[in-house]
Write a protein that binds this ligand. Structure first.
Ligand code: 13P
Length: 338
């Protein structure tokens, strides 16, 4: 056992003014992101890009922890120090994505189940020795005509709880991520209903499998309108319905909730987070664990060119500062122009 407990790690991750950077894109996903800016995805370009983010001046003011991918936690920066150590040296907690991705769910066309439990105990022990103090597993729930099925929700919830229990056994804080996707034309109320059922099922499984709630974090979607829904709910409705949904489903013992951005724009995700933390009372720390909503501007500013490193770092830090303001309810959409 380490000197810092899982409870302490969990509360440090959701400390005031701070949140998590999700930089754990799989090779396939980061390649898609690089394609969008015309950059070839190689081990070296992926390393350069992540090194740029992790060494941005002031990152530790806004980022409490970074979720890494298997390749990244093993990589060394240009100064010969591992990327994980570069984070640790700045007081940022390294985390690791441990799931092996969402695969087709048998007997349920179009639905997915996340894999990666085989050998997980051994992998967790290795990641712990490489410096990881928390982990992430993402389950994917899609809203469609007859979806999601309770079968899909149950199967994913069971796997999430098995993962979380193994993490705690290994002295690693599990981030439990059941993501209800924004894809589709469903209404915010449909998103609410599916998110509520999903969270109820997930916490039921966590209880059955003896997961200690004080030693975990939840990483959910916000309750939002589907991307193609003609009537898009505004921030007040998103904030009210998201918090109400948690009140119905998330036990008080869970120390923090760190949202994914899920395809919202940077400004939209920031405004929604701010609205939840400005004037809505709730018993949890509500913060961010954004991937795209923390990286989109930086990725564009970088464009794969070493000369743009400083501009990309500035764009990343600006975004992180605005998101940190939103985490404390101090952001104004006008700040987007500053
Ligand atoms: P997004 O914020 O881009 O949704 O990524 C967060 C994440 O880690 C998804 O698993």
């Amino acid at each position: 056992m380490s000197e810092i407990s899982m409870e302490q790690i969990a509360s440090q991750l959701v400390a005031k003014g701070k949140g998590i950077l999700a930089a754990d894109e799989s090779t396939g996903t980061i390649t898609k992101r690089f394609d969008s800016i015309g950059v070839q995805s190689t081990e070296e370009t992926r390393r350069d890009y992540r090194e740029l983010l992790f060494t941005a001046d002031g990152i530790s003011n806004y980022i409490s922890g970074v979720i890494l991918y298997d390749e990244t936690i093993r990589q060394t920066a240009s100064n010969g120090i591992t990327l994980a150590q570069i984070l640790t040296d700045q007081g940022i907690i390294p985390g690791i994505k441990v799931d092996k991705g969402a695969k087709a769910l048998a007997f349920s066309e179009g639905e997915l189940v996340t894999e990666g439990l085989d050998g997980l105990r051994e992998r967790l022990a290795e990641y712990r020795s490489l410096g990881a103090r928390f982990a992430k597993w993402r389950a994917v729930i899609r809203i469609g005509d007859a979806a999601p099925s309770q079968y899909c929700i149950d199967t994913n919830a069971h796997a999430l709880a098995r993962y979380a229990a193994l993490c705690q056994e290994a002295d690693i804080v599990p981030i439990v991520e059941p993501e209800v996707l924004m894809d589709g034309d469903h209404t915010i109320d449909e998103c609410y209903a599916v998110t509520e059922t999903t969270l109820k099922t997930v916490f039921d499984e966590l209880y059955k499998q003896r997961v200690v709630l004080e030693q975990m974090l939840l990483k959910p979607n916000m309750v939002v309108s589907g991307m193609d829904c003609p009537e898009q709910a505004g921030p007040d409705e998103v904030a009210a319905k998201t918090i109400y949904c948690f009140e119905q489903t998330v036990p008080l013992a869970v120390p923090g909730i760190a949202f994914l951005s899920g395809g919202q724009s940077e400004a939209q995700a920031t405004l929604n987070l701010n609205t939840m933390n400005d004037g809505h009372s709730h018993p949890w720390e509500l913060t961010y664990s954004f991937g795209r909503a923390l990286q989109a501007s930086a990725l564009r500013a970088w464009g794969g060119k070493a000369d743009n490193k400083k501009a990309a770092q500035d764009a990343f830090i600006r975004r992180a500062r605005l998101t940190s303001e939103a985490r404390d309810g101090n952001y104004s959409a006008l700040d987007e122009n500053s």
